[in-house]
Ligand binder design. Structure first.
Ligand SMILES: NC(=O)c1ccc[n+]([C@@H]2O[C@H](COP(=O)([O-])OP(=O)(O)OC[C@H]3O[C@@H](n4cnc5c(N)ncnc54)[C@H](OP(=O)(O)O)[C@@H]3O)[C@@H](O)[C@H]2O)c1
Length: 318
């Protein structure tokens, strides 16, 4: 049976009135539960969703439970640089403040595909999309400091089904190599970890805290490219007991801790983890924060190189 780390109860009753958060992928899974909790505590939450209708359905569900919820659905397709620019422009037109950016949206083990701008789908969506989004919102995060950027990465930045997490600088978008969906996921999730680390280094002293995290193995729609969601849901008791799969509310705990716990500000750039199936025995319990078992995750040269490559790819370099 899993024993997930849970947020300190007093953090879940903090009054977040006047605070504004963006949650990407807010219509489903971990993002939906995170949004609901922030709204429950009085925050204003912008639900940044690829499919506006799915976002509106989720918002209705939240309003059904929390009639006073201050939530707003906006369209954001992280697989399309123009959509990201349009989102940032529209957000800034309506809001002068941003206290937390939760880079949560993601896809896993997708078949080989390309984003609108030609990037491999997982690297493009999970990393490059969030990289550009964060860059476009940094000025607003800065004027709202203290503020936080929380990258929802994964344990799979270490290994994903036997594929070692690494950034394949020679061909990050699989233009010349044979494609492997798990290897591409591991690359994109290591990129999430390194992105937070480099953000912290570049913005030290600005009041912006940037961290990455592993939410644990969570029962969500993420599995859809690997196995049917209905089968996962049917097997839930077994997968929970024997495999450690946790429920979305438990899976949102690390995100909420990273957003709300005051001490996280002293750990900018670090990696937080829920329980997980680590190869390294000492890391199996997870931890807040935890030293990633992947040595590349704390290699500043790799983080800086990824930053430079990402800037060029998304069109931010001169
Ligand atoms: N579940 C786990 O066991 C687990 C473990 C480790 C890490 N994670 C990470 O947790 C995060 C949340 O995933 P989840 O488990 O909650 O999965 P989920 O239920 O599938 O939610 C993923 C969200 O991302 C959105 N999304 C996908 N492509 C997008 C795009 N191009 N633009 C904008 N949004 C997009 C999805 O929108 P649609 O509904 O429109 O597709 C959905 O809202 C992901 O980053 C994932 O890598 C999850």
């Amino acid at each position: 049976m899993p024993h997930p780390l849970m947020v300190r109860p007093e953090l879940l009753t903090l009054d977040l009135g006047g605070r504004l958060y963006i949650v990407t992928g807010a219509n489903s899974g971990i993002g939906l539960v995170t949004t609901e909790q922030l709204a429950r505590q009085g925050a204003t939450v912008v639900m940044a969703c690829r499919r506006k209708e799915a976002g509106e359905d989720a918002a209705r569900e939240i309003r059904g439970k929390i009639p006073a919820a201050k939530i707003e659905v906006m369209t954001l397709d992280l697989g399309n640089l123009s959509s990201i620019h349009a989102f940032a422009k529209a957000f800034k037109a309506g809001h002068a403040q941003l206290h937390g950016l939760i880079n949560n949206a993601g896809i896993m083990n997708a078949p080989l595909g390309r984003t609108a701008d030609g990037f491999e789908t997982q690297f493009g969506t999970n990393h490059l999309g969030h990289f550009l989004l964060t860059a476009l919102l940094l000025d607003t995060l800065k004027v709202s400091a203290p503020s936080r950027i929380v990258n929802v990465a994964s344990l799979y930045h270490v290994h994903a089904r036997g594929r070692v997490g690494a950034i394949h600088f020679e061909d990050p978008n699989y233009e010349e190599r044979r494609y492997d969906g798990w290897e591409a996921y591991a690359q994109s999730k290591l990129a999430n970890v390194l992105h937070a680390r480099e953000l912290a280094r570049r913005h030290a002293g600005t009041g912006i805290t940037a961290v990455s995290l592993n939410p644990g193995w969570v029962r969500t729609n993420l599995i859809r490219n690997t196995a049917p969601v209905w089968l996962q849901n049917l097997l839930q008791p077994f997968l929970r007991y024997a495999g450690g799969m946790i429920e979305p509310w438990e899976g949102a705990q690390t995100t909420l801790h990273c957003l709300l716990a005051p001490e996280v500000a002293k750990h900018s750039g670090e990696y937080y983890s829920q329980i997980g199936l680590y190869h390294d025995r000492s890391a199996r319990a997870g931890g807040w924060p935890l030293v990633s078992p992947n040595p590349l995750a704390h290699d500043d040269k790799v983080a800086q190189r990824l930053w430079d490559v990402s800037e060029k790819l998304v069109g931010l370099a001169d």
